[in-house]
Design a protein around this ligand. Structure first.
Ligand code: IMP
Length: 438
């Protein structure tokens, strides 16, 4: 049995959707364990683009079960829009393909308004996706959130909405927004509740049973390590644990069940929203990476900030996630650049730092220390074997492997599913092991 967690090793948008989609082919169950519809996976399958914000991309494979764990915050509108769009496109024809934790928290309409009102009041300081993610997690931690199970206890649901709006409505009015009507919010949520009922279940029980039976499970992280609420560039982070440990708390499985953790990194770095970014490029090269890599947010359409690959930050990701392998995406975007830089250290306040600082003001002062490598001009998007890549491309990948001291298990050379060089696949390895030791 293989239970693999896949996590973003940078600031999100590493191309997780495609990598997850490839490994999903070998898994039986795919689980989202944190975040909400602040994530966005753009998938290109048979030349058709599908963007999913909430439902695991595994839903595109008929016969796979997709799970939304208790650690996720759930916008019911988005969930229902996605199920409808998937069905219209001929996917998700069987209800049993989707399982939603009864313990997941619900993003309420007032959470979205609160996110927007706060960002407006602070001049978009954090640059949130304004999907109500932070306010929903706040209510969860403050023990006043609405859980999926509350949707089926109308009296409890109404009391929670009443209690929350009694506190929030004066804030909205004070900030020039409309107050919410308790009955209208209640009616909207109750209407959605009936429609999602067939999917609601105890995910922890189900997952542990399936793992016991030897099923292959893939936990799909959203956002990235540096956006983790504890291990990211606080306060410029999202409100959940994006790192591999989040799979345990957000799925209800113990750490001993996890058999491997794959991080995903682009061959360079991007970030959306505010916060420090030591290797950011503000010049023509930065623009070139943005255009060649189509670096515009799948969720908000915002242009992403771009820069060189950052080994200091990636080493941090290797450590806090316990990565057993790294998938390197968008390698083709670097093609045609004569000199490629890798940041191997930071200088700040007259010192050289080798560990990634989690103090955002210190990180802001960090100057990257670079090592340079020669680039390549040949297009690589049609290459399917690692040994057929240009020598300098291979050298770049090998250098990353040696600086990070973990195997690079997959290299992506284009957006399409076939444009991938899979060097190691933990699910396939596990199947082989099982076949040779029946
Ligand atoms: P929130 O998750 O909407 O609260 O936003 C908090 C921070 O996380 C902001 O800087 C967002 O731009 C960033 N963020 C949230 N989701 C993603 C994502 O999927 N990719 C990249 N950045 C994200």
């Amino acid at each position: 049995m293989a239970v693999i967690v896949i996590v973003g090793a940078q600031w999100g948008d590493e191309g997780k959707g495609k990598v997850v989609d490839i490994y999903t082919g070998f898994a039986d169950i795919v689980v989202r364990y944190q975040g909400g519809n602040n994530a966005g996976h753009t998938l290109v399958v048979d030349d058709r683009k599908t963007v999913l914000h909430l439902i695991p991309s595994g839903i595109l494979h008929s016969g796979k079960r997709c799970v939304i764990g208790n650690g996720v915050v759930l916008d019911l509108n988005v969930l229902l829009e996605e199920t409808a769009a998937l069905r219209a496109a001929g996917h998700f024809q069987n209800d049993s393909q989707l399982v939603i934790s009864e313990h997941a928290h619900v993003i309420m309409p007032y959470h979205r308004s609160l996110d927007a009102a706060r960002e407006a009041a602070t001049g978009n300081r954090i640059g949130t996706t304004m999907r109500g993610i932070g306010p929903s997690y706040e209510d969860k931690i403050a023990r006043r959130g609405v859980r999926v199970m509350d949707l089926y206890d109308p009296a409890r649901l109404r009391a929670k909405i009443e209690e929350r709006l009694a506190e929030l409505n004066p804030y909205f009015v004070q900030h020039g927004a409309d107050a919410f009507d308790v009955q209208a919010v209640f009616d909207e949520i109750i209407a959605h509740a009936e429609r999602i009922k067939p999917f609601v279940s105890n995910v922890s029980v189900m997952l542990n049973e399936q793992i016991q039976k030897g099923r292959h499970v893939l936990f799909e992280g959203a956002q990235g390590t540096l956006l983790d609420i504890d291990h990211g560039t606080y306060p410029y982070v999202t409100s959940s644990n994006t790192i591999a440990g989040g799979a345990c708390t957000g799925g209800g499985v113990g750490p001993t069940a996890i058999t491997g953790v794959i991080g995903i990194s682009k061959a360079y770095t991007t970030r959306v929203g505010g916060g420090p970014f030591p290797t950011e490029l503000h010049d023509e090269l930065g623009k070139r990476l943005r255009e060649a890599g189509e670096e515009y947010g799948a969720t908000t359409g915002r242009p992403r900030r771009t820069g060189w690959i950052d080994i200091v930050a990636l080493r941090h990701a290797v450590r806090v996630n316990g990565l057993t392998g790294l998938a390197l995406t968008k390698l083709d975007v670097l093609q045609g650049i004569n000199e490629i830089k890798l940041c191997t250290g930071y200088k700040a306040d007259g010192q050289v730092l080798t560990e990634f600082p989690l103090d955002s003001s210190l990180l802001e002062r960090c100057e990257p220390v670079y090592e340079s490598m020669a680039g390549w001009n040949q297009p690589i998007s049609d290459i399917r074997e690692f040994d057929d890549l240009p020598a300098n491309t291979q050298r770049y990948v090998n250098q990353l492997e040696s600086l990070l001291d973990i195997p690079i298990v997959l290299v992506s050379v284009g957006a399409g599913r076939p444009q991938t060089i899979v060097r190691r696949n933990p699910f396939r390895d596990e199947r082989k092991k099982r076949d040779s030791n029946p």
